[in-house]
Write a protein that binds this ligand. Sequence first.
Ligand code: NAP
Length: 271
Amino acid sequence: MSAIPYAEVIGDPIAQSKSPLIHGFWLKALGIEGDYRRRHITPDKLADYIAERRADPAWRGCNVTIPHKVAVMDLVDDPGDIRGTIGAMNTVVHQPDGSLIGTNTDAAGFYAPLAEVDLQGAPVALVGAGGAARAVLFALARAGVGHVTILNRSPLKAMGLLAAFGLKGEVVGLAAPLPPVRLLVNSSSLGMTGQPPLDLDLSGLPDDAIVYDLVYAPLRTALLQSAEARGLDTVDGLDMLIGQAALAFELFFGAAPPEGRDDELRALLTA
Ligand code: NAP
């Protein structure tokens, strides 16, 4: 048990998580006496972890990463509408009365850098159909996008996602030519350090297209470098990572992250 308020990020593996750096930076910047730790929890220990922490009043909650985002939905008291919408939970908040509320801050974190872009009716393309794709499609559906092209290795999975989010579109293979979309998002693991590259020909994109890569290791992925070479606007994975963390931070510690410190934080995360 800990006397000072604290939150954690749990997953298996967890050593790679940058969340402690982000939350630790904000806690220090705001002078909040609190802590945010990394915790390795295997699937067989998830229920015990939640039960033990529930009894600790200093525990403000946790962020949840692979492979617990679905299983944890059964362990909170109030999962809101997450099960029927995004279908995965990344934040558990410990209420003062001891109850646990679950939510997902990935969708809002993804959307934050696009908030000023009018995507109403706009054609978009998405690479990938895994957990991150669900948050992306949830946000894009809310933004009222038009035709959605999903490029994925497993077509059936991607078709299921289009239907689940009530989106009109089509599913094609990874080698298909890109349609002239306003927004291209990579939500697959392709291009990540240690994973196969993502080879896309961007010549079919219009000059005002935005290319958004969720991968943040490396930060300047080959996809973003190609987009920059074409003069297109880009958004990297740290924007979403920081965005989803900001919402969770406020839920855990009751204060918004400090403004105007993102460049410093990004330098810390890429050091
Ligand atoms: P996931 O659920 O495991 O999904 C992985 C996706 O990548 C699936 O669509 C999968 O295709 C595809 N894929 C993986 N290996 C492939 C290969 N060798 N060839 C072709 N396709 C392959 O993972 P996730 O949670 O969605 O995460 C995906 C990426 O997003 C990761 O790089 C993660 O770090 C990043 N991410 C970033 C943030 C952020 O805040 N920036 C947040 C969440 C995730 P199939 O459907 O065919 O299996």
